[in-house]
Design a protein around this ligand. Structure first.
Ligand code: UDP
Ligand code: MG
Length: 308
């Protein structure tokens, strides 16, 4: 049996080696289970020595593989490339920064042996993370689960062990705008959740700015929910009803009482409000349209520069 370990790396030169060493602490376990492994480092267009480090590793261990992108395509593309190039009967996705502890692997594997198709992990704490980030992350997961039918677990990591069947299922989702946490949930299968305490990054720094995460969360919502479109329609209906009521009000007033056309200030307010809402709805529509545009172009999700 072969286990593919997929490691997306973007400027992780200090972590390539550490990750390898940490993973190899499980050697006895791999031997005991007669598991061969392949470690696929997916270099996401790093501009530091990540590729050099991986090549160095490969010289001493030919189970190490490298897929190097022509530029930074994002973690989602790296995950896809890793899955696509994996040959294992099982595959596991792990961050290079050791925030997904390899020491959990034996426990995770035991669940696969029990008959689960995939073993997912979630961190139960967000210790060491900026407070504001945790706060918004929690809100995001709450909102996401309200607006999307796909189950997305709070604190879920991309760290997952799965069987070939699940990997193949994930690969059938060929969309360009990928949101892995949603895709994992969408494909279903019997999933066991393993919980662990948050581990802080050992070396290097996070690639996600607050703004980057915010945009990513919007992408997630757009990819897995059409609720914003429904909200736009609902707003439209609400304003129609309101306008109708106002028309009747003005008609009645002009028939029975005085001049209905006084008060231009209120008019300006109403026009501003309504055009604001219109632009908002147009914006929502535009978001979906732009994503559709990208999908229709059907561009490759990544371009490989070098493969070993
Ligand atoms: N990563 C990547 N491409 C990117 C950004 C990140 O392949 O554009 C990788 C990164 O090297 C790491 C993993 O994705 O292995 C998680 O990134 P990071 O630790 O920066 O995210 P965080 O843990 O802070 O959410
Ligand atoms: Mg990290």
């Amino acid at each position: 049996m072969l286990l593919s370990v997929i490691v997306p790396c973007y400027n992780e030169e200090e972590n390539v080696r550490c990750f390898y060493d940490e993973l190899m602490r499980n050697s006895d376990f791999f031997r005991e289970k007669k598991l061969d492994i392949e470690i696929i480092y997916v270099d996401d267009g790093s501009d530091d020595g990540t590729v050099r480090e991986v090549k160095k590793l490969r010289e001493s261990d030919d189970r190490v593989r490298l897929i190097s992108f022509s530029r930074n395509f994002g973690k989602e593309s790296a995950i896809y490339a890793g899955f696509k190039n994996s040959k294992g009967d099982y595959a596991v996705m792990m961050d290079a920064d050791l925030q997904d502890p390899p020491s959990l692997l034996p426990e995770m594997f035991s669940y696969i042996e029990e008959g689960y198709d995939s073993v997912a992990t979630r961190r139960v704490s967000r210790k060491g993370e900026p407070v504001i980030r945790s706060f918004f992350a929690r809100r995001f997961y709450k909102l996401m689960n309200k607006v999307s039918k796909t189950d997305i677990v709070d604190g879920a990591r991309d760290y997952r062990l799965m069987t070939r069947q699940v990997v193949d299922a994930i690969l059938t989702l060929g969309e360009y705008n990928r949101f892995s946490k949603g895709i994992f949930g969408w494909v279903g299968f019997k999933t066991k959740w393993v919980e662990f305490e948050n581990v802080e990054r050992t070396k290097g720094e996070t690639k996600w700015s607050f703004w980057g995460l915010f945009l990513y969360s919007l992408e997630g919502i757009i990819a897995f929910s059409t609720a914003p479109l429904a909200i736009a329609s609902l707003l439209g209906v609400l304003f129609c009803v309101l306008a109708f009521v106002l028309i009747i009000f003005i008609l009645v007033r002009s028939f029975f009482w005085e001049d209905p056309t006084s008060g231009w200030q209120s008019m300006v307010c109403i026009i501003s409000l309504v055009s604001g809402v219109q632009l908002l709805c147009l914006g929502i529509l535009g978001e979906y349209l732009s994503k559709t545009y990208l999908e229709v172009k059907n561009r490759p999700k990544y371009i490989v520069k070098e493969e070993l």
